[in-house]
Design a protein around this ligand. Structure first.
Ligand SMILES: Cc1cc2nc3c(=O)[nH]c(=O)nc-3n(C[C@H](O)[C@H](O)[C@H](O)COP(=O)(O)OP(=O)(O)OC[C@H]3O[C@@H](n4cnc5c(N)ncnc54)[C@H](O)[C@@H]3O)c2cc1C
Length: 443
């Protein structure tokens, strides 16, 4: 959706007003609250809070239709051994799992397109901006030194060793030209944007995925299940049920243990076999609400009371800058159309009054524009560019570069002032189930 801007189907966004980030009370006051009154076609806000939220995309694929695709792999310092089970960490990080398949970080990186470099973002503007960032990275407050970061997935996950020629190709450099040192090339690759976008298929006869979303895979799997089951719903291995709202999981006791025996929905109950598994994936707040509504008095109080604690979100800032192209020292003056660039910087911060560290990153996007242009993504993420303007873009004489730096920051964990609870007002219900109340404070 995000890559087809002409459709005007964007997400609500972060601006605080009735059509963007808002609250249930504001929506009610403006007569805009209800299942029949979506914002931006499919967006709804199911939880109560004093803090404005954009809410959820109530559609197949959810927010994966709207996301930007930035997918940096978590660093070891973000996955401390003290908090994460050892077997989870080893399955994520392993180069090979016991069944011979690749570790999960590697599989997901390959599947969504993060491993590839220079297939989607390439060109002279990109190279010049990367060079300038590389030379000035020491000036970026709290940026993690490039030499301390793990190698780019294309280097780390490669079956062959990283020859200078290969590193040059990954960077979009001419391998027969005078090349930087091996370490310098490896460090420059760490500045490449980890985007879940595949620009080239990497397999003859396949189309590239473009930006990853759950929908093409879901359509394929559901159509295959339809054919495989000979159209018999009961035999399908996968089925998508439209407009089906999950209300509660029904928990029954069986001897010393308990299990979910059915899922209650607005379309009626879905029974579960004894060995059935339920995967809860309704987004952070609604998944928590389902657990709060379903497991009360069904699990030990000690366990129940932990549900909804340690609520964290990421904080974001945007900085837009327009610079004349001459400010990029290595950009050849002969190149007219500058096209687009995307880069990434990872940082670490020690919280005030604590020894704990948090992580942040900068997402840097840039587009070549005329003197008055102000959109750093003007030529980025366009799945179907305007064909009438395609040649104009390629032949434009860009005089300026619009750069956006988005800061994405981790909140401090275990803040007792940030949590999800049941809304205590008995009138706050949806399909007969209590709404969630979200309280969030960054510090
Ligand atoms: C504009 C935008 C840009 C973003 N960019 C990035 C990025 O660059 N990198 C990144 O990592 N993240 C990004 N994100 C965040 C990322 O998209 C989300 O974190 C991720 O998609 C959440 O996936 P999810 O499956 O947990 O939730 P969702 O995708 O929200 O899926 C939840 C699904 O549950 C359904 N649902 C909810 N309640 C019920 C119910 N009671 N019964 C039945 N179904 C229900 C909803 O319809 C929805 O389909 C971005 C998000 C937005 C909006």
């Amino acid at each position: 959706v995000q890559n087809l801007p002409v459709l005007n189907l964007g997400s609500p966004g972060t601006r605080f007003d009735i059509n963007n980030s808002t609250t249930i009370n504001d929506l009610r006051a403006n007569n805009k609250f209800g299942i029949d009154k979506p914002r931006h076609e499919v967006w709804g806000l199911p939880w109560q809070s004093a803090t404005p939220f954009p809410g959820l995309a109530y559609c197949i694929g959810g927010r994966s239709l709207y996301w930007g695709g930035w997918s940096p792999e978590l660093l070891s310092s973000e996955l401390p051994n003290s908090l994460w089970p050892a077997n989870v960490l080893s399955d994520l990080k392993a180069s090979t799992l016991s069944d011979g398949s690749k570790g999960y970080f590697q599989q997901s990186s390959d599947q969504i397109g993060v491993t590839q470099t220079n297939d989607f973002i390439f060109g002279e503007l990109h190279k010049a901006l990367r060079e300038q960032l590389y030379n000035s990275i020491g000036l970026v407050t709290e940026a993690i030194p490039l030499t301390s970061l793990p190698d780019h997935p294309a280097v780390r996950f490669s079956d062959t060793s990283a020859s200078d020629e290969k590193l040059a190709v990954l960077l979009g450099l001419d391998p027969s030209s005078a090349l930087p040192t091996t370490q310098e090339m490896k460090d420059k690759l760490k500045l490449e944007a980890p985007l879940a976008v595949q620009g080239q298929a990497g397999h003859a006869g396949f189309f590239p995925f473009n930006k990853f979303s759950a929908v093409p895979l879901l359509i394929k799997a559901s159509r295959e299940a339809y054919l495989e089951s000979n159209q018999d719903d009961e035999k399908k291995r996968l089925m998508i049920v439209a407009n089906c709202h999950v209300i509660r999981l029904n928990v029954i006791s069986e001897g010393a243990s308990s299990r979910v025996d059915k899922i209650e929905t607005n379309l009626g109950p879905i029974p579960l076999p004894v060995d059935g598994k339920v995967i809860i994936a309704l987004g952070t707040v609604e998944s928590t609400r389902l657990a709060l509504n379903s497991f009360k008095n069904k699990v030990p109080a000690e366990t129940y009371n932990r549900i909804g604690k340690n609520l964290m979100a990421h904080l974001r800032s945007n900085l837009n800058i327009r610079i004349p192209r001459e400010a990029l020292f290595t950009l050849p003056s002969t190149v007219k159309a500058l096209q687009a660039s995307a880069l990434f910087v990872k940082g670490q911060h020690t919280f005030t009054g604590s020894t704990e560290v948090g992580h942040f990153h900068f997402q840097i996007t840039a587009s070549g524009l005329g003197a008055t242009g102000n959109n750093s993504e003007a030529e980025l993420f366009k799945k179907i560019p305007d064909i009438d303007l395609f040649n104009t873009h390629l032949n434009a004489s860009d005089t300026h570069v619009m750069i956006t730096i988005r800061g994405i920051v981790e909140m401090q964990p275990l803040n007792n002032n940030s949590h999800i609870t049941e809304d205590l007002n008995p009138a706050e219900q949806e399909f007969g189930a209590q709404r969630a109340y979200v309280t969030i404070n960054p510090s």
